[in-house]
Design a protein around this ligand. Sequence first.
Ligand code: PLP
Length: 286
Amino acid sequence: MSRIVYVNGRYLPQAQARVHIDDRGYQFGDGVYEVCAIRGGMLIDEAPHLKRLERSLGELRIAWPVGVEQLRHVMRETVRRNRVENGLVYVQITRGVARRDHPFPAGNVKPSLVVTARSLAIENYDRWAETGVAAMTLPETRWARCDIKSTSLLANVLAKQQAREAGAFEAWFVDREGLVTEGASTNAWIVDAEGVLRTRRLDHAILPGVTRGEIIPLCRQHGIAFEERAFSVESAKSAREAFVTSASAGVIPVVSIDGGKIGDAKPGPVARALRAAYWGSRQGIG
Ligand code: PLP
């Protein structure tokens, strides 16, 4: 079955889908995106993803290409047409097509909308959740507005590639103060030596991860001591546990950082409990 993608009002076989070479997403990375997990054919955490999309669009002063209700429909229809049971739906909105020039185009340029959906081998994530994964640390090289889910991801791409070449699942960016900001495509968490679960507070240095936001109330429900407080690389390396969160991965334990073991190098109880609670609270999967 050929994949069907939605491009600016039409559902097309992927091989026939086109965007213009003057699209500002292609020319400048001038666009935003969202990724929602699909489990059992259902969109997970759709409302907070759409809320964050609205915020990203607002920060970049890009208009909605279609109304939110219509976008919700297109997301579902793309999932349905591709028969995705477990996977993700990807939404990209760019400032649209205009002759290449840095300032925003004058006139009524319509933003471009692309929606795709694809299956994911979720058993890989389940396996990583069982074994735990490795992370490596790298200096923060991204721009000063990482809170915007922009398609400009060059620093993230380079970091992820460096991690892959080093045999690590994720790269954790470290700011000038030696504090971990987040992963190249995940939020970063530790259970520190005192047993407190920590992740950096929201500011311009990190993406407000939807999974992050959904995990926090679960900590309260499960009596897990939690603080929104940044942690240093040293505290991460001497942590009892570490893990990452994202829409596609859920909660994945990190069992080594820069080659050094975290705890006993096995997924810890807090990461396990939160992974189970997160998927469990989303239709009993996980
Ligand atoms: N941080 C970055 C840089 C990301 O790219 C992502 C997801 O793609 C996340 C964090 C996790 O966000 P979410 O939980 O909304 O997927």
